[in-house]
Write a protein that binds this ligand. Structure first.
Ligand code: AMP
Length: 230
C-alpha cells in the first residue's frame, strides 16, 4: 500500500494556497479540505455555523479554535482521506496545530509545505483576486482591465467580501500574529519544506510537488510513515 500524503499547505492570504491545493489534490487523487470553503458554504446556506462565522470572517478575524478543530476532526474522520488529503487554511494557530497532531496521532505523518510570499506582493495580488459567484472558482484578473466572466461557467466574477483593502490589511496582521508562528512550530521537523511562492503558479506547483516528493522520500528512508511518527 502506498504511503498516504497528509499535506498541510501553509502560507499568508493570497499566497496561492487554495489554487495550489486544488491542483495538487487533483493530481494525486486525494481530497482538498479548505476550512475557508467550508465556512463560506455554511455562510451561503445560512446554517448555524455560517451565522456564527460570518461577522468574524467579514472583519478578517479568526473563527474560534474549538469550532474549527471540531470541523476538521469530523472531516478527517471520513473514509475518503484514507489515501491522504490536502489541508488548505488549517491549522491557522498553534492551538489548531497541536490539535491536528493529536487528531493525526497513529494516522501517518504530516507533510507541511509553506508557500512564502513577501507582504507587498500579497496586497497587490489580493486586489486582483476574483471569485465566481456561481461556481466558486478563484481567478486573478488583469489590473485596470474590464473583469471578464468566469472562464469555467460564465458566471459573474466578484471581489471576495474579505478581499477589500481594509480587511486584507487585517488578515495580514492576523496572519503575522497568529499563523506565522506555525512556521516555527513545524520548521524543525524533517517533513517541513518552504517553497518560493513569488513566481508563476505553474512554477509554484512544480516546487510544491518537488517538496512533497522529497518529504515522501524522507519518510520512506526514516520509516516514520509506517510508525505514524511526525
Ligand atoms: P481562507 O479562505 O482560508 O482565507 O479563509 C477565509 C476566512 O475564514 C478567514 O479569514 C477566517 O476568518 C476564516 N477561517 C478559515 N480557516 C480558518 C481557521 N483554520 N481558523 C480560523 N478561522 C478560519
Amino acid at each position: 500500500m502506498s504511503v498516504p500524503i497528509n499535506l498541510v499547505v501553509l502560507g499568508p492570504p493570497g499566497a496561492g494556497k487554495g489554487t495550489q491545493a486544488v491542483v495538487f489534490a487533483q493530481q494525486r487523487g486525494i481530497p482538498k479540505i479548505s476550512t475557508g470553503d467550508i465556512l463560506r458554504d455554511a455562510v451561503q446556506s445560512g446554517t448555524e455555523l455560517g451565522q456564527r462565522a460570518k461577522a468574524t470572517m467579514d472583519a478578517g478575524g479568526l473563527v474560534d479554535d474549538q469550532l474549527m478543530i471540531a470541523i476538521v476532526r469530523e472531516r478527517l474522520g471520513r473514509a475518503d482521506v484514507a489515501s491522504g488529503f490536502v489541508l488548505d487554511g488549517f491549522p491557522r494557530t498553534v492551538a489548531q496545530a497541536t490539535a491536528l497532531d493529536e487528531i493525526m496521532s497513529g494516522q501517518g505523518a504530516l507533510a507541511v509545505v509553506d508557500i512564502a510570499v513577501p507582504d507587498d506582493a500579497l496586497v497587490a495580488r489580493l486586489a486582483l483576486r476574483r471569485v465566481c459567484g456561481q461556481c466558486g472558482n478563484t481567478t486573478t484578473v488583469a489590473a485596470g482591465a474590464e473583469v471578464p466572466p468566469c472562464e469555467r461557467c460564465g458566471g459573474e466574477l466578484v471581489l471576495r467580501s474579505d478581499d477589500t483593502e481594509e480587511v486584507v490589511r487585517e488578515r495580514l496582521r492576523v496572519y503575522a500574529d497568529a499563523t506565522k508562528p506555525l512556521v516555527d512550530y513545524y520548521s524543525s521537523r524533517p517533513t517541513f519544506r518552504a517553497v518560493d511562492g513569488n513566481q508563476a503558479p505553474d512554477a509554484v506547483g512544480a516546487a510544491l510537488n518537488g517538496a512533497v516528493d522529497d518529504i515522501l522520500r524522507e519518510l520512506a528512508v526514516s520509516g516514520a510513515a509506517a510508525g505514524g511518527d511526525r
